[in-house]
Design a binder for this molecule. Sequence first.
Ligand code: PLP
Length: 452
Amino acid sequence: MNTQQDLVQRDLKYIWHPCSQMKDYEELQPIVIASGKGVYLYDKNGKEYLDIVSSWWCNLLGHCNPIISESIKHQLDRLEHVIFANFTHEPAITLCEQLMGIIPKGLAKFNFSDNGSASVECALKMAFQYQYQTGHPKKTKFMCLSDGYHGETIGALSVGCLDLYAKIYQPMLMSTIHVQAPDCYRCPYGKCRECCQAECIEFAKTAFEQNAEETCAMIVEPLLQGSAGMRIYPPIYLKKLRALCDQYTVLLIADEIATGFGRTGKMFAFEHAGVSPDIMCISKGLTGGYMPMAITITTDEVYDAFYADYSEGKAFMHSHTYSGNPLGCSAALAVQKIFREEPILENAAKRAIYLNQKLQEALIEHKNVGEIRHIGLINAIELTPDRRAKSEYPSELRIGYQIYKKALARGLLLRPLGNVLYFNPPLIINELEIDKAIRICKESILEVLGDL
Ligand SMILES: *Cc1c(COP(=O)(O)O)cnc(C)c1O
């Protein structure tokens, strides 16, 4: 039997789903998705779900995009995979050439892996070894922002600061230097977004003064701390951070895994700041969400510190079996083709204005909406029991999760981050789809939290 109910029973017998309390599934069973098209997913019974979270932020241009599908199929009949040490292939080479045209200036060397966390691990090891091989063996620690998120493996978790994911593992993690992140909703300097000069860079300044000698790199999610609840901070902060890193010989690692490929309105978030990182991690949107692939990109300067006679032992001895997987590259090439041939960013920019206006109209007056912040098409609704005090709902209430369940019943995939609801749709979403998502989101909020 292959009915929805039968598949659910078979699923629960064996599958341990990611980031889930499996006991929750007794009440809210997994939804068996049979197909997808554009911004929609369809379950076994034909019910449609509007995928407003881009299936964990990776689906960039819609489900079952024919151009991406075709590109993967074409590659599949030629070469599915080949060892990437000493071997290469055209899709990887062409992809790097094309990415060179869109990435921040100065980045020039590409190290492939197969998921975001792996690309972060690669960045950390690269930075550490770079400092070691350029005469700074004491620079062994990493600096990161509070409430940051960089993935789930041990290194990535060590530079992440969200208790929800990291707290229990503290004894396993390396010690890192935490810098208090910008918090524009609850700005400690009482600044508004318009008058902000990133005064909170002071926290970073102090950390650099005290720890730079032992710090090899600083890692940040540029402009958008995604998992922290889509917290947004201004480009000037990155500019000032770049200056600090230069002053103290600390490498700057940009985790653009969530922000890359147009999510913030520009191709990469760092572009807003007009500066470049020394190392950049990309994944998620890279393949449009079709194949698991990631790349850690760095400068010639970093690369050159590893380039020497074999006997000097300076090589970067880091690898993953699926490095440079041709199917992943073929999906990424198709994404780049679509960016070149269609005005994806221009259209997304128009829709971004529309989405934010309509969402503000629908919800900003609600007594429990503290703020609706936005960058690119990403919009986050901060829920609060008291708008003036900007207080937080106790996590046991699971307000976001209650609303999520109501929205699911109505056909909207609105997976929350704690008490923050967010929209992070595929860039190809249209106005009708936006209207529908906002309507269901509002109905679901009203059902759980009561009237305006
Ligand atoms: C998703 C994400 C990661 C981790 O990527 P995975 O592919 O899930 O390992 C790292 N950093 C950021 C900013 C992310 O959003």
